[in-house]
Design a protein around this ligand. Structure first.
Ligand SMILES: [Zn+2]
Ligand SMILES: [Zn+2]
Length: 335
């Protein structure tokens, strides 16, 4: 916590946690200049109904440049930019808002609208909210700030697939067996080729750093021959991510743009990338066009009893799909 937990502050936190809605908690926190942690602010904001956002944004603007107002203002820039962007220059820092419809000539670089990938089994409960206030408050606060709508979307599942496990085939550059990142299963775009049936990758560091291509011409992805830009560092082969069921849920507009540093579920099919560095799209080795993004995966997805994707990169894994050529590409970015 940014400030000491004095008896007065604990008393205030008790009163805030007893409020009946996340909107009221945030409005009261702004009034009292109570600097809640970023995880709590985001957890609460995510639960504020769309209809309450104008009132909240107005209170945020009124309380700028207070610390809590500033953090909420930054989060609102992602979820409801129309309510806050006229005041962007009053914010201490503004998350970089990537273009929502990046294009290369006539080709959209966003393959399809965003869908969250929800993994309900085999993940560790996210405890960031629990840890952000003293133990005595955790149940009350957690009830106000959860469930995270990107982890537990309100929209029903439109398909079922799987994450994790190993894939058939070897990496053309280093010879490692390929790992399966995602099986898209009954996702509605599989049959018409909007999305690949499977996303696979070689998790070896020089392969992750170079970027990889796979031909899906015959169904099973095959590693396209390439030479790595980086030497093999002799890294041990990581255990595969646990093979787990996953469901796909259309993402409500408020979460179409996610900043990789501001938390939430970063595992998505479709939508714009949550770029850690620059917006970089690979070039298709077959048609030489820029390849649209089709999915992304947050390295710190907390798989139970496994390091998961964080052994592959410490940021985000991006998957791309050239539908015309049935070529997938995988890259990764980290700080
Ligand atoms: Zn490799
Ligand atoms: Zn192509």
């Amino acid at each position: 916590m940014p400030h000491d937990l004095t008896p007065e502050r604990l008393e205030l936190l008790d009163r805030l946690a007893a409020m009946p809605s996340p909107t009221q908690v945030l409005l009261a926190a702004l009034e009292h200049r109570e600097p809640l942690t970023q995880a709590l602010l985001r957890g609460l904001l995510d639960r504020v109904p769309d209809g309450d956002l104008p009132q909240l944004a107005e209170a945020v603007v009124r309380h700028l440049p207070d610390e809590g107002a500033d953090e909420l203002g930054q989060l609102l820039m992602l979820q409801a930019p129309h309510l806050i962007e006229q005041h962007a220059d009053e914010l201490d820092d503004v998350p970089y808002i990537w273009p929502v419809d990046p294009r290369d000539g006539d080709r959209s670089l966003v393959g399809l609208p965003p869908h969250h990938i929800v993994i309900r089994e085999g993940l560790v409960d996210d405890s960031s909210i629990e840890h952000s206030v003293r133990i005595g408050h955790s149940a009350q606060w957690q009830a106000l700030a959860s469930p995270d709508p990107t982890d537990q979307p309100s929209a029903p599942s439109i398909g079922e697939g799987r994450v994790g496990g190993l894939a058939d085939g070897l990496c053309s550059a280093c010879g490692w067996q390929l790992h399966r990142v995602l099986e898209l299963g009954t996702f509605p775009g599989v049959d018409d080729g909007t999305v690949p049936a499977q996303i696979v990758v070689c998790p070896n560091m020089p392969c992750m750093w170079t970027g990889q291509f796979f031909s899906h011409a015959d169904g099973t992805p095959v590693s396209v021959p390439r030479v790595n830009e980086f030497p093999d560092a002799g890294m041990p082969v990581p255990d595969p991510v646990p093979d787990l069921p996953a469901t796909f849920h259309p993402t409500p507009p408020r979460w179409h743009v996610q900043d990789w540093g501001l938390g939430g579920n970063l595992n998505r099919v479709g939508g714009v990338g949550s770029w850690v560095q620059d917006m970089i799209y690979p070039t298709c080795p077959t048609c030489a066009q820029t390849i649209p993004i089709v999915a992304q995966f947050g390295a710190f997805t907390p798989f139970e009893g496994s390091y998961g994707w964080e052994r592959w990169t410490e940021g985000i894994i991006y998957a791309f799909w050239c539908r015309d050529c049935r070529i997938s590409a995988v890259t990764a970015q980290q700080t």
